[in-house]
Design a protein around this ligand. Structure first.
Ligand code: SAH
Length: 248
């Protein structure tokens, strides 16, 4: 898998390339990263990448031409790669998109700055607009980092058995539940014990406890995910009985 990132701040991407699970996967050759700076595709002495908005208003807008040339450079040997623009007006990124991305060959991720990018660049070059959520950041770099991290950790071999993604929140894409709470040593911390079910060594009881914790947490925080799981036929009779007992 290969990611190409278009960004005015290439140095930020060592965060995902050099550290943790994604850094290890990079060293193992499971994925590669190339970062392209639009400033290197300018043709004036000031290396201008932004200008004032037509129609007036505050801030600056990223010019189409340096972005388009950077995308073309990234596409030189991978013309079929999707081009994702980071944008709060895009489709909200989720675990299903991370899963699909991890099954493909990667993408070109374009990071906006300032007020955004010239619409003509979007029309000409961008295949998808993707949002991190209903909030505004000062640039697309953090969304691009998050997207790469979420996809790379799903690559076969990126996580070892002990780090398995199977129990993660949302794992069964949009019909998954939230993850159950985790505990590690010591058994008693500041007077608070680990739940006894987790100390029992009884695998079926532990699984039942985790399932019930997930169900209760999801019902409390994300009832929409309970509905989705029900509609997808992912709740057993025992799950439904437990959920019903919570409502009394
Ligand atoms: N004026 C724009 C926000 C620009 S923020 C608007 O209101 O829609 C500058 C850049 O940060 C954007 O071009 C985009 O690349 C990035 N960005 C900001 N918030 C984001 C979000 N929630 N998801 C993805 N990218 C975001």
């Amino acid at each position: 898998m290969r990611f190409d990132v278009i960004s005015l701040f290439p140095e930020l991407f060592s965060a995902v390339r050099d550290h943790g699970v994604t850094g290890r996967a990079h060293r193992q050759g499971l994925w590669s990263l190339r970062v392209w700076n639009p400033r290197d595709f300018t043709h004036d002495v000031h290396r201008t990448v932004d200008d004032r908005p037509y129609g007036g208003g505050p801030g600056m807008v990223m010019m189409a031409q340096p972005l388009e040339e950077a995308v073309h450079a990234a596409q030189a040997d991978r013309a079929d790669a999707p081009v994702w623009l980071m944008s709060p007006t895009g489709r909200r990124f989720d675990q299903r998109m991370a899963q699909e991305l991890s099954e493909g060959r990667g993408a070109i991720l374009v990071c906006g700055r300032y007020e955004g990018v010239d619409q003509r660049f979007i029309r000409r070059c961008v295949t998808h607009e993707v949002s991190m959520g209903d909030f505004v950041l000062s640039g697309g770099e953090i969304p691009a980092l998050a997207i790469m991290d979420s996809a790379v950790r799903l690559l076969p071999g990126a996580l070892n058995d002990r780090e398995s993604a199977h129990q993660d929140s949302f794992h069964e894409t949009l019909t998954g539940l939230l993850d159950s709470p985790h505990y590690t040593r010591p058994e008693v911390y500041q007077g608070e014990s680990v739940p006894p079910e987790l100390l029992s060594g009884h695998h079926a009881n532990i699984a039942l406890w985790r399932r019930r914790q997930s169900l209760a947490l999801t019902l409390a925080r994300r009832p929409d995910l309970i509905e989705a799981a029900r509609a997808a036929g992912r709740l057993s009779k025992a799950d439904e009985a437990f959920l019903a007992s919570l409502k009394h």
